[in-house]
Design a protein around this ligand. Structure first.
Ligand code: SF4
Ligand code: FES
Length: 226
């Protein structure tokens, strides 16, 4: 297979494509494909040019940390959860997420996801043991902060005050666990999500842990945190 990778040496430098040959197993994930290319003494492109190792990041390699988020054949995906056997055709095109600044090659800076939560004070200060709706809380708590939902969202771009699905799910989670903060969070939710979401719901199509954000929105819009 041919593997096309959009590379970028450092923040702000000109991106460029490089193509590699892959003849490894189809059971490999795209994370495995990148490793396969990287774990050689000499890294060479399809046309025999010597190049450097592809920069990317991972931690768990089992869909639990969100670090390996990138765009694979046009679809925002986790590299460790996307498999060669499921790719149609004989080309894999990999590029970094487009909504976040590139640090190096496939590595992007997603600090803004945490920053948006900090700015709006969306964190648990007090846990209310009497809170209910544990089933949905469990689903919302699965968020990896991978940024795939932001990558695909037509309303999200860096620097805007719309913070996207990851933010909405945390608003629900924190307010449902600490009712003292509900009013305050409802305001932040309206300002940074509720007033700008156009309900394309593409976030749910790409979320690797299947968070039902539409149900979260329903609960938040009804002010129902129980
Ligand atoms: S809501 Fe889903 S897609 Fe968005 S950051 Fe959380 S895990 Fe990733
Ligand atoms: S490496 Fe952790 S989700 Fe892919």
């Amino acid at each position: 297979m041919k593997v096309k990778v959009l590379r970028q040496l450092y923040p702000g430098s000109e991106p460029y494509w490089e193509e590699f040959d892959y003849d490894g197993p189809s059971e490999n994930s795209i994370a495995g494909v990148i490793d396969y290319i990287n774990f050689r003494d000499d890294i060479v492109t399809s046309d025999g040019k010597k190049t450097t190792r592809i920069g990317w990041e991972c931690a768990c390699l089992q869909g639990m940390c969100g670090a390996c988020a990138m765009v694979i054949n046009g679809i925002p995906s986790l590299a460790c959860e996307t498999f060669v056997r499921d790719i149609e055709g004989d080309e894999i095109e990999i590029r970094p997420l487009r909504k976040f600044p590139v640090v190096h090659d496939l590595l992007t800076d997603r600090t803004c996801i945490q920053e948006s939560l900090k700015k709006a004070s969306i964190y648990i200060e007090k846990y209310d043991p009497a809170s209910e709706d544990h089933e949905h809380q469990y689903l919302a708590a699965k968020c990896l902060k991978c940024g795939l939902c932001l990558e695909v969202c037509p309303n999200y771009s860096t620097g805007r005050k719309f913070y996207g699905a990851a933010f909405a799910n945390d608003c629900y989670l924190v307010s449902s666990r600490n009712k003292d903060k509900s009013k305050e969070i409802q305001k932040e939710y309206g300002k940074h999500f509720g007033n700008a979401c156009s309900k394309s719901m593409s976030c749910m199509d790409v979320c690797p842990v299947g968070i039902p954000t539409l149900a979260t929105i329903g609960k938040l819009n009804r002010g129902k945190f129980k």
